[in-house]
Write a protein that binds this ligand. Sequence first.
Ligand code: PLP
Length: 385
Amino acid sequence: MSTNEPIYLDHAATTPMRQEVLESMLPYFTHMFGNPSSVHRFGRDAKTALTAARDSLAQRLGCSPNELVFTSGGTESDNLALFGAASAAGAGRRKIVTTAVEHHAVLHAAEELERLGFEVVYAPVDETGRVDLAALEAAIDDKTAVVSVMFGNNEVGTLQPIEAIGELARRRGAAFHVDAVQALGHVPIDLAALPVDLMSFSAHKINGPKGVGLLYASRRLKLHARAFGGPQERGRRAGTENVAGAVGFAKAAELACADIERRSAELAALREAMLTTFERLLPPGAFVVNGHPTERLPHILNVSFPGASTDTALMNLDLDGVAAASGSACASGSLEPSHVLRAMGADDARLRSAIRFSFGEGNCLKSVTFAAEKTATVVKRLAYK
Ligand SMILES: Cc1ncc(COP(=O)(O)O)c(C=O)c1O
């Protein structure tokens, strides 16, 4: 394999769009350009496509089409869930319960709610990134408006016990929101069987287009809008719909959710190949895996290489044609260490040397092994000078 062919190992940040997805969207940029709210044939064609996209996603996720709100992405879905459910909960429920390892779309929304007078409790996690259920149970009470816990973590891949948390929230009458942006397409999701009221998704993480997301909002739940204007999305999100984006999202979900088991096994094999290569080429103790050993997303591998600083290692890897990340997109490019690893109790050496490799479309055993060999060389150069 030649070194001038870059290897993309940052699929948790975003993914390349699939050709079939692009093709499904193209008509809605050209001759099918109508506004779904228009009554003429152009509008009706757009509306038909939007309805078909919603129906397809609803069927795939196990909910009713009316329970899906198209948004501009995972960030907007998280914000609409937290603000919309907190605002609708009423004066008696002024508390938000979440975890210390959520994506900033949830954490920063929670901070804003705190400024608006809500009490926010951040439940701790253990050293693998799993939330402390006893702490969550103690925090959720009759004053809790929303409990927000992610399905799988975007930095370390750890899965949370969603069903158990949902039961805790139900018992207290609190709305339960789950950020499933990283989980979609990697673990089966059946909303009909989950004790969840709100769930966020994003198309660009599953080889779909950027700028389109989805919020599942159960019909049992009251949700206040955040954007006001037209009656689109049943009054929950005003604004002319992103028809091409919705069509692309439905196509991407169809492809991502087919055959999850086989594709997850393939991704897990890539992860294993990387770890085996590190074991072969690096001395004992030269690397440590961050995250849960079994309860984890298949496409994310977070490793610390004590002694090799994250930023320098990433720059060196980029020069060698390997694109990896430090974890959350916001943290990369700055020296701010990861809030997720910090919450997991990682020491300074581990915090400052963590690299997230995330796998997907276009990766194969050969390219991942090659990337792991490059990584081992860079780490040896930086940590054992
Ligand atoms: C867990 C999680 N939530 C939310 C988001 C935000 O999604 P979007 O980029 O579609 O706004 C991301 C993206 O990094 C994510 O990984």
